[in-house]
Write a new protein. Structure first.
Length: 265
């Protein structure tokens, strides 16, 4: 009788342990599924327009929010590009470098890319044509989409930003039209970025926003214009939008009255 009781208790513990492991794996799987469908957004677009160029998010923390992304660095110091979990910095010189983990970020869009759709666009294409063709593949324009687009570019115009010094005098509405620009080509590489529906308003960039990194990791920046061919498009539909506002003095006190949008194509 005692032996039977011990066996019964042991079986109960084993069963409980298995259930615990199963629950843990189930929760972990559910968490990963949720994570891969999550558009993480730190700060808001209008904050940059109104000179909020300081955030308390570090590069190290940013890499926990996704494996592709874009943004900028404190002081509007150039462009941020995240590909395959690595965050790159393209300052006003246009020279690509790997960002230091302790560097701070005032604005970030990121996601853990999980391909839902893929297709190829062939022929000699420019930026406007590629955007229109991609929209034809949207199951709906009412969702957010993340992209990894590899192509061979015959010509490519990229932009960066000039680092600003405190006290900040100019918003992004002034910096962007006067940004440093770089012409490249021929070059092969990957564009990563996002599409936001117009209902996003002033929280984020409406339409397409893409950053580029060459295959040799030497050329990068904000995508302005291009002509190319052999576009391999991977697309991730995102239904969850995770907005985090910066707990920083600059954001506490800013008046967000100035508006500026671009790239709604």
């Amino acid at each position: 009788m005692k032996r039977y009781l011990l066996i019964l208790l042991a079986g109960a513990f084993i069963s409980q342990g298995c259930n615990h492991v199963a629950d843990h794996l189930s929760n972990e799987t559910a968490g990963n599924e949720k994570k891969s469908d999550d558009f993480y957004h730190y700060s808001i677009w209008t904050a940059l327009v109104n000179k909020v160029y300081d955030g308390n998010l570090t590069v190290a923390e940013g890499k926990t929010k996704g494996d592709i992304g874009l943004g900028t660095f404190n002081g509007a110091d150039g462009e941020l590009i995240m590909i395959d979990g690595v965050i790159y910095h393209v300052p006003s010189t246009g020279v690509v470098e790997i960002a230091n983990d302790s560097t701070h970020i005032p604005y970030l869009n990121a996601t853990f890319f999980d391909k839902d759709y893929s297709y190829e666009l062939s022929g000699q294409l420019n930026y406007d044509t590629v955007r229109k063709m991609i929209q034809q593949h949207f199951p709906s324009r009412n969702y957010f989409y993340a992209f990894k687009i590899h192509a061979d570019f015959d010509s490519l115009k990229l932009g960066s930003l000039y680092k600003q010094d405190k006290p900040y005098q100019q918003g992004l509405d002034v910096l962007m039209p006067n940004r440093p620009k770089f012409d490249h080509g021929p070059v092969s590489g990957t564009m990563v970025g996002f599409y936001c529906p117009d209902f996003i308003g002033d929280i984020n960039v409406a339409g397409f926003h893409l950053h580029f990194l060459s295959d040799d990791k030497k050329i990068g920046g904000h995508v302005m214009e291009f002509k190319g061919h052999q576009f391999n498009v991977e697309m991730d539909k995102l239904a969850s939008y995770h907005l985090v506002l910066p707990e920083a003095t600059a954001f506490d006190t800013v008046n967000l009255e100035k508006k500026f949008q671009y790239g709604k194509k």
